[in-house]
Ligand binder design. Sequence first.
Ligand code: FAD
Length: 292
Amino acid sequence: EQLHELIATKRPSISFEFFPPKTDEAEAILWQSIRRLEPLNPTFVSVTYGAGGSSRDRTTRVTQRIAQDTTLTPMAHLTCVGASTAELRAVVADYAAAGVKNVLVVRGDPAGGPRAEWVQHPGGPRYALELVKLVRELGNFSVGVAAFPDIHPASADLEADARVLAMKAEAGAQFAITQMFFRPETYFELVERAAALGCTMPIIPGIMPVTNVRQVERIAELTGVALPAEVVQRLHAVADEPAAVRQVGVEIATELSQELLDGGAPGLHFITMNRSTATLEVADALGLTARV
Ligand code: FAD
């Protein structure tokens, strides 16, 4: 069965997102997290893709090792930052050779961050849309794309975001994963807007259990993710105690996840920051660890 078929049938699907570590020490932490999360029997685990060749090599290496040394199904992220179509073909060929059959296709952000002006490589794609078509043409991959409950910072309005998502599905994307968000209604509204345009592929909510207040505030600032006043207040009330922050972060993520699943979300994609404890606690609170 291909990944998109599993996502469409497994309820709820759970999955974990990691990033390629830069040092041996960080890599050891990542593998410890992967081993601790593996018993939850996720539908897949994904590894993000940074800018530059060394990050790309680390993504390929970590994804390949997940394929070879664990029971997990890996998904590699791919972006078109600074890349020609010829280079992108080579990366996709590397993934295929490494046994990676699932790709999350995103445009990527410019070096200056999500709000900086996007510069297309002269011989490369302008939008994720074109990369979706390319990856689907190059092999029998399951292809996922990004979605934005709180609006993509460069989009005119939420309707435009939904139209782009529907175009990606028409171009061959089989599922979507959202940017993290904290208000469940924004997710359900996105799903409705997409469905009204005929886009019914599974849209998996991205969940980040907050473990560090400054970190989430920085990400929110960069990406345009809305931090509701209530969330900020609950986190700030304990900001000086790391253990209490994690506990509150777990509570917030658990409440959000429960509302999403109750409302019909197909699964949960946890942004782990390469750690396992908070994600395990959320999964446990949701009763998702008992099923294995
Ligand atoms: P696109 O779909 O190309 O959209 C970019 C902007 O252009 C949007 O405003 C969109 O509305 C607009 N647009 C798109 N197509 C058209 C069109 N045909 N006509 C007019 N306007 C259009 N970044 C990384 O660098 N590495 C990662 O591994 C990574 N993983 C991610 C995982 C998830 C789940 C998410 C949600 C994001 C991830 N990102 C990652 C961030 C992502 O690269 C950025 O959010 C990026 O700015 C947008 O990517 P996209 O694929 O949605 O781009």
